[in-house]
Design a protein around this ligand. Sequence first.
Ligand code: Z5A
Length: 223
Amino acid sequence: MIRGKFITLEGGEGVGKTTNMAFIKDYLQQHDISVVVTREPGGTELAEKIRKLLLDNDSETISEQAELLLMFAARAQHIKHVIEPALAHGKWVLCDRFTDATYAYQGGGRNMKISTIQWLENLVQGTLRPDLTLLLDAPVDIGIERVRKRGAFDRFESEKVSFFENIRRAYLLQAELYPERIKLIKANQPLPDVQRAITDVIRVLLGLCSLNCPASPRHGSVK
Ligand code: Z5A
């Protein structure tokens, strides 16, 4: 059995991750790929309970260390019960956020030590890393405005603008560190253009296009 591919979607608030998950799933299915769609924190019964603890606004103050450990506790469960079994059965896994979000939110946003995050990443994931990460990037004010229209804010969404600026910077640094894996998609363009840029990247992973025929320059969105 050929192992499946692991694709993650990343980015700050309101950049369009949820919107584009459905699009990518449909695109892969059109190419006869069996896809498991999931998210972090979450993806299993226990991990979804941890998600609720992390996002709820009304619980006691969660310390930065507890937040980091809860993220990885949920991830350990998710990997063991959903991600690894699916990949081992040849399915592709499409996940809304993964460990790059930890580097961005807990590292960039909460100032947790990167070496601690790396240590936990190695402990919990072993050698598991995404095959492809699509990083949807837009200026912070655009994402916040989109989320604001939606109404009630969760615990993360209630943070100050500087928190989100730090997260964006941390995400862009991840993209610089791992250019082979993380592909930057400009998310502040009309949705059809975002989706064309996403398709261009996924076509390479599908082997429909070689690395020598990247996205056409008019999209200007693929590193
Ligand atoms: N978190 C963490 O701290 N550490 C970790 O390790 C992990 C996560 C894994 C989970 O929330 C929270 O957990 C998250 C980080 C933290 N922080 N927060 N908040 P989440 O996964 O639900 O993340 P989110 O950022 O809150 O999701 P979101 O607000 O739903 O954003 P989105 O999924 O990227 O956007 P969307 O719902 O697809 O789109 C937002 C709106 O914009 C919607 O009305 C769309 O129709 C519209 N949209 C989308 N694209 C476009 C374009 N191109 N043009 C115009 N309008 C658009």
